[in-house]
Design a binder for this molecule. Structure first.
Ligand SMILES: [Zn+2]
Length: 161
């Protein structure tokens, strides 16, 4: 296969397709080998009995939720006026479930998102005006920040160092 790796495109060592560089991961033991998100997702699905978990966030205002996640740089796929999927490439980050009576001030829903590059996510979300906390290095080694969506769902973003 021809390796076309440059700043924007990287050849996947599994399917052989040129993929956006932001959507490939390199093997820890063989960093010369890059695998695209689609292939990683496919491989994960073939691991027997490995659970895949997606949070379902209650939202009181679907339009506000759509705006929030779009500004966060993710895609929102509407399933119905009451239900939608927040997508990162071809994988789900969360589901959005319309709950008309939800009070954002008392909503206690939360999730933790493990990411390799919290500083980059923090910079991007802050530049989009999302209400992110400062980045902190926790005593137990996590580098993390948090944000609440318009419905009061707490999203904590971080990496173990
Ligand atoms: Zn691939």
């Amino acid at each position: 296969m021809t390796d076309v790796s440059d700043d924007t495109s990287t050849t996947c060592g599994c399917c052989g397709l040129a993929r956006p560089t932001a959507d490939v991961a390199r093997l820890s033991s063989h960093p010369e080998i890059a695998v695209c998100g689609s292939c990683v997702h496919g491989m994960a699905g073939r691991l027997a009995n490995r659970p895949s978990i997606t949070p379902i966030f209650p939202v009181h205002d679907m339009a506000a939720a759509h705006d929030f996640w779009t500004r966060a740089g993710l895609r929102v796929d509407e399933y119905s006026p009451e239900y939608a999927f927040v997508m990162f490439g071809d994988s789900e980050l969360a589901h959005l479930d319309l709950r008309a009576g939800l009070d954002p001030a008392t909503n206690a829903a939360a999730c933790y998102v493990h990411i390799p590059d919290p500083h980059e996510w923090h910079r991007r979300w802050k530049s989009q005006g999302l209400p992110v906390s400062d980045i902190v290095v926790e005593p137990w080694g996590m580098i993390e920040f948090s944000v609440k969506d318009p419905s009061g769902n707490l999203i904590r973003m971080g990496r173990n160092d």
